[in-house]
Design a protein around this ligand. Sequence first.
Ligand code: HEC
Length: 190
Amino acid sequence: MTLQWHVFYIWYKEFPNKILFMTKQKLLGLLLGCGFLALTVGCGNSSNEGGTESTTGSDATATTPSTTDAAPSTGSSSDKGIGKFQNVELTHPLDQKMVASGKAIYEMKCQSCHKLTDEKMVGPGWKGVTDRRTPEWIMNFSTNVDEMLQKDPAAQQMLEECLVRMPNQNLSDEDARALLEFMRQNDGKN
Ligand code: HEC
């Protein structure tokens, strides 16, 4: 309960900014494209273009403006984001100690907003996040969320879709790395 109020408060606080900074076109695209899609499909899952495009059909015209928006950020699937992590070394097989500590941190700090499926709650579900993003991007986003939301195109696009700004979680580097390992496990990596 208190969490929901908290989330609503953040949303409410941010809302005037969002409207001010949005162009009419974006606003329209957001309302049409996201208003109900976000509720059903989930924000940040716009990488499912195949599914959404074929199901929306006549809405195709309405979503065209947002595809031009999305264009620059498609390059960001290989992007490292903004922050100090520029070269994350992955272990094979997974480091089970990190997985376990990542899971514990997830349950404490992230679970209230992120599901482990691809379903959106407050933020995008984590299923497939390690395919959508590079390890560096994930760690930079987790530890440097304010700057990422300000400057990174892919992060900004998620914010437009989610309408909630992820709060800084005050993670240490080790926390962020452990969480990444847990996400990799959740995505069936080894
Ligand atoms: C209060 C809700 C909230 C909490 C708690 C939260 N997040 Fe988020 N997270 C979001 C939102 C909302 C987004 C989408 C970006 C935006 O709108 O700010 C997001 C996006 C993300 C993304 C990008 C997902 C993608 O599909 O690219 C990652 C990674 C992430 N969060 C990691 C974390 C981690 C790690 C924690 C816990 C330490 C955490 N988040 C806790 C709300 C939250």
